[in-house]
Design a protein around this ligand. Structure first.
Ligand code: ATP
Ligand code: MG
Length: 316
């Protein structure tokens, strides 16, 4: 078990809340899922050991499963085999546009970073968080209690927390540079990206959700909601970022699902609950997590991976 809170290799392009990104040139990026955890859009001072390994592995699993629905940015996932041994690596290392320095950088990646890394296609990001919800939870539950709607969409009366919607709801938000993302109406989305792309974002988001939630159900997990990001490469729409991880989704234990309360889960809800009961006001800095909360959170990330893929995670 290792912990990678920050990567400090030469040439860091972008440090997000969770991922550190390096530019490899020739349209490629190396994205490293660190063990940082964020809640309420604030990065916590305490990392969760192995979290990045689980996140990268789960994203890779889903990217492969959904490629028939929509292509994605994943080109190579070193944790699979170890860089330099499989065809994916040979292909990347043989790419004529890639500089010798970038090839050297890839081959020499320290193992804890390689376990958390993916080589991806650099895309022009569509600045929308494509959220899809199959069940009533989180901010949607809060809004429904106030107004009987979810992102302005009127819903039947009498729904309980954790109830399933008749069909999945597409509830996109902005991608705020700082602070919290804001809900977008369909009109705002159309204004931002145009009707054809707005429709395609909704179609693809819902299709990926439908397919994966049916599969997850066979593995004992309810995907209550999730968030996807898209980008354009040579005019083609692809999935980017992470996919259906415990950071970007609500994963519930299907066996324990009982509407009318919060659900037993394999996601970050545990961390959110602890932070809320600690009295934190959601403004940075966030408090440090106690050891047992770190350990229980780590176990949840590992368990989500094990249940969904049927394989134990090699933490490395
Ligand atoms: N293929 C890609 N091409 C370009 N940008 C990408 C690609 N995949 C992911 N990204 C971007 O890389 C960043 C990943 O880092 P991370 O998710 O940690 O950031 P973040 O703090 O959540 O910021 P954001 O709110 O922008 O997502 C995100 O900004 C994401 O949109
Ligand atoms: Mg992000």
């Amino acid at each position: 078990m290792t912990t990678v809170q920050e990567t400090n290799l030469p040439g860091l392009l972008h440090r997000g809340k969770v991922r550190d990104t390096y530019d490899l040139g020739d349209g490629l990026l190396l994205m490293v899922a660190t063990d940082r955890v964020s809640a309420f859009d604030v990065v916590l001072p305490t990392p969760i050991p192995s979290k990045g390994v689980a996140l990268a592995a789960l994203s890779a699993f889903w990217f492969r499963r959904t490629v028939q629905i929509i292509p994605n940015h994943l080109l190579y996932y070193p944790a699979d085999e170890g860089l330099g041994t499989v065809s994916g690596a040979e292909w990347i290392l043989g790419k004529s546009g890639l500089s010798e320095a970038a090839k050297d950088f890839l081959v020499k990646l320290p193992k804890p970073i390689a376990k958390r890394a993916m080589v991806v296609r650099r895309a022009q990001r569509v600045n929308v968080e494509c959220v899809v919800r199959g069940y009533l939870a989180g901010s949607a539950w809060a809004e429904y209690q106030r107004s009987g709607t979810v992102q302005g969409i009127a819903l039947p009366k009498g729904l309980r927390e954790g109830d399933q919607f008749p069909q999945p709801l597409f509830t996109p938000t902005t991608k705020a540079e700082q602070g919290h993302d804001l809900p977008m109406t369909n009109q705002q989305l159309v204004q931002m990206v145009g009707r054809p792309l707005a429709d395609e974002l909704e179609r693809k988001t819902v299709a990926v959700y439908q397919e994966t939630q049916v599969y997850a159900r066979t593995r004992g997990i309810i995907i209550a909601d999730t968030k996807m990001e898209f980008g354009l490469v040579n005019g083609q729409l692809i999935l980017i970022d992470e996919l259906l991880t415990s950071d970007s989704s609500r994963f519930w234990d299907a066996g324990g699902w009982a509407p009318g309360k919060g659900q037993p889960n394999f996601d970050k809800q545990f961390v959110r609950d602890w932070l809320l009961q600690s009295g934190w006001d959601r403004e940075p800095p966030a408090p440090a997590l106690p050891k047992d909360v770190v350990e229980k959170t780590r176990r949840r990330y590992l368990e989500a991976y094990r249940l969904l893929t049927g394989q134990a995670l090699h933490e490395g």
